[in-house]
Design a protein around this ligand. Sequence first.
Ligand code: GEK
Length: 243
Amino acid sequence: MHSSQDTIYAQATDVIADFAFDSRVAGVFNDMIRRSVPGYSQIINTLADFADRFVTPNSQVYDLGCSLGSATLSVRRKIEGRQAKIIAVDNSQSMLDRCQENLNAYRSDIEVELLCADIRHVNFSDASMVILNFTLQFLPPEDRDALIASIYQGMQPGAILVISEKLRFEDEVTQQLLDELHLDFKRANGYSELEISQKRSALENVMKPDTIETHKQRLLTTGFSHFSPWFQCFNFTSMVAIK
Ligand code: GEK
């Protein structure tokens, strides 16, 4: 996948605008997410293993907030020949344009529909797998329960929902420790103090992480039969819920 280096917050600016998934971000996104999210590659690879176990013939897979299509590509490769369809949704056309290019770069017999839409307005049906890979955290907190309920009603019995998120911790010592380890991870990946602090300001109003308890309660209250985090590195997790 083509990847320009992320230097978006490298220069000091007086007023830092709220973070947006515009064409500038789309152009460097592959580099940005790999240098910012610990475990990202492992999570992307493991999505294929979940797909292998859960995606059934003639069902649908939803990749919500698909960005450049990394999750879709990983799953698509694994489910060749299964007659399943992937619906990849994002409300950033800049992301979807690049996603389409990435999909075109490989041959596949799996149909992928790219949908430019708000995931809060999608009608889910016949889903054997739904992926929310670092997307739920960008919805206003008050809209999260309704989205999960809407996904749940469109899932087949036994289907899997994978949710990857940055976490918040009620315990202040834990919060600070894991946050510092994450900052060290970003420093080690070449981000300067200025880049780290400007990006943090830009994200403040648009990304509000939940605690793991909030995720668990939301999923179990919605009706999911099984829940477990399957991955955690510092303050980043990936969880599974099975209907
Ligand atoms: C990956 N899953 O590489 N409706 C549709 N799309 C949205 C909405 C919304 N309401 N809100 C945000 N997005 C990807 C990474 S990035 C995570 C996901 C990050 C989209 C937004 O445009 C962006 O492309 C994506 O969700 C979040 O596995 O940047 O940390």
